[in-house]
Design a protein around this ligand. Sequence first.
Ligand code: PMP
Length: 439
Amino acid sequence: MNKKHTTLLSFDQEHLWHPYTSMSKPLPSYLVEHAQGVTLTLAGGEYVVDGMSSWWSVVHGYNNPALNLAMKAQIDTFSHVMFGGLTHKPAINLAEKLIALTPKKLTKVFLADSGSVAVEVAIKMAIQYQHSRNKAHKNRLLTIKNGYHGDTFAAMSVGDPVNGMHQLFQGFITENYFAEAPQCGFYDDFDEQDLASVKHQLEQHHDRIAALILEPIVQGAGGMRFYHPQFLKGCRALCDQYDVLLIADEIATGFGRSGKLFACEHANIEPDILCLGKALTGGYLTLAATLCSDHVAQVISNGEAGVFMHGPTFMGNPLACSAANASLTLLIENDWHAQVMNIEQQLKAQLLPLVDLGNVEDVRVLGAIGVIEAVNPVIMDKIQKRFVELGVWIRPFGKLVYVMPPYVISKEELTKLTDAMRAVMQDDSLFQCPKAPTK
Ligand code: PMP
């Protein structure tokens, strides 16, 4: 790394707040110089294979010619116009595509700026829906523990109360209802008891609850857990029984990641409101969408306000919509299903045997997601450095060492990721307690 790079990095350390970091003891950041396909080039000259898809988003790889072209064409047309009173082809085409791809019931599209905002919009929709039906008392949410829905306040209020550190924001954060997280894994036999807590909360509090919000099948940032489709099916039935809307947050799972285009398809259910983001633009720009059923939209629109009360400045940004349109076209052209199934097969073959290692508590694979749960938490800066030395970009959190690579990853590149995962799991010095009990 040359002097210029060192200066840049020390400015970064001194002034730039990175996600979930301290400003007094910041973890080191790596300077990216270039990104191409599934490889990041770091300022130190290292080439690392990306296992994270920049947090679930870069499904077609970096510097993708089709996405570049779509955005360049739109820049030369116009980059942004307000969405109040004006509209444009990129947004119209995107809405058409989303309506065609998502569950049939969802026909109305609200374009938001980020995943968290899409969740805020979904929550507002649910509350305005109940208000418009003269059920203003139904203004709380039900959710399941271990969930994660974003970092804005309403989104945080339905995130896991412990992981989300609700006590820090007490008095400011809305109190919602929490059911126990499902215990039956995706591949386990289903036990009806898994639904008991959701059922209990609905029995007790349905007159206060506007909607049940959850991440279908994959609980991501709250623990990388894969739960049983029957649980989701049961939730849908309970929502209908107790007159509560179902909000599916597919911001992480959407667009093929779990092996279905949308994770709701594992349970064959349709939500009333659906949140999408992350991979929507192939990871090129921030854009999200909240879709709802015609029924929800009509009730809101015929209610007291007569309108839906949200309208961000950059709503429907044409550049972001163009990237999304190109990304959705690529998803089909590249046969996302074959890509994801190949990744799943390889992850299963290469990661599942690691369950026998002493530092490993559990290994799970679903679609293009591979998770190793360690016995002890990782030592973040050490493990990060080791991964870079091994030529991969994998960013664990807590006890979770996981990958969700770009769909375009080759067999060899994926093997590089899983080899690196095996290597770190065999190295006791990278975990907080030196030696795990031997199995
Ligand atoms: N919901 C889920 C399921 C997520 O995984 C995330 C992002 N990790 C969000 C919402 C928030 O999205 P964003 O970071 O774009 O605000």
